[in-house]
Design a protein around this ligand. Sequence first.
Ligand SMILES: [Zn+2]
Length: 390
Amino acid sequence: MHTSIKVGKLIGIPIKLHFTFLFILFMFIFAFANGSATEYRIPLGVGDLGLPALYRYSLSTIAAVLFFFTLLLHEMAHSYVAMNFGTKIHSITLFFFGGLAMMEEIPKSPGKEWRIAIAGPIMSFAIGALFYLLYTGLNALNLHFYHPIGILILVIAYFNIVLAIFNLIPAFPMDGGRIFRAILAKRMSFIKATRRAVLVGKIFAGVMIIVGIAKADPFTYILTGEWGYNLWLPILALFLYMAAAEEEKATTTFATLEGLKVKNVMRTERISVSDDMPLLMLVRKMREEKTREYAVVNESGDLKGFITLDDIKKIPAEQRHFFSVSDAMSPFDSVVTIISEEEDASEALRMMMKWQSDILVVKGGMREELVGILTRNDLAIYIEMLKGSV
Ligand SMILES: [Zn+2]
């Protein structure tokens, strides 16, 4: 995906910004530079202090950068705990309303999951408390240039505390949803616990929509002492709803494969062709066997690569009679494409997702030879059928 840009690396983890996050940063800068310091019960910005625009926007940019780092620290806290459990972190991406630490494999053990989940809100609470202490400390010194800087510190404190509280709501995809699922998963199956936590997430999204359009927004109440509309809530709710549904889909997909081995789901017929077979002959074979992909082996049976219908399509039709299979095949990469027949089927799916590969070669037997092929398509159909039967 090219919707994110990499901005750096922290303790070995690549940090990425999703383009929607840039939108939030600019909005934050604008809101802080123009928000009122006096109108509400909580100062929102430095807009009405009579400061020059350059000063307001400079402060605003500093606030946005701080905001970015505190969000990052929240995600780093999740990642740090996960790394201590031996989980590899691919990257951290900051997007529309928060961050996401991409983990190699989220631990299914409830004891680990809730610890990873709670680390983020704890970090945000700690940052919030620290900035609030800084605010009261500086306030006591009564420095003449201080007021706008104080507001900046206070806004960062509020922001982090709201982030922590919001994330503790027991609904997917918030951290609280993960903690909630971990508690449930001690008493029921992982998949059942996920479904229940997702359901709470969807209900919560529904409540947010109603609260936002029914003039019952708590944030407005805190600011002004009166209930009001908040049309950001329905927008946010929509995102939460989609993320909750996504989580459910991913979990059920992996859960349906539980207990299955690669040998239970692989294809054992029509698996290989010889590398010196003329391409036109292969085209005919594909048509007859209604098969789009084969492993390619040489005459002594060694694996050489893959050939798919797409590989053939790359060669113009009028040139195909010059070629044999070895000219058109995709060469073989052992790390990405070999799996043992005794491996879990869910591991095969994980490999396909990780390496973006559509085909795996299955090896097995005493001599570790080619025993089958597993395609992403076959696996998807299999998962659909299993889902239909549960
Ligand atoms: Zn979090």
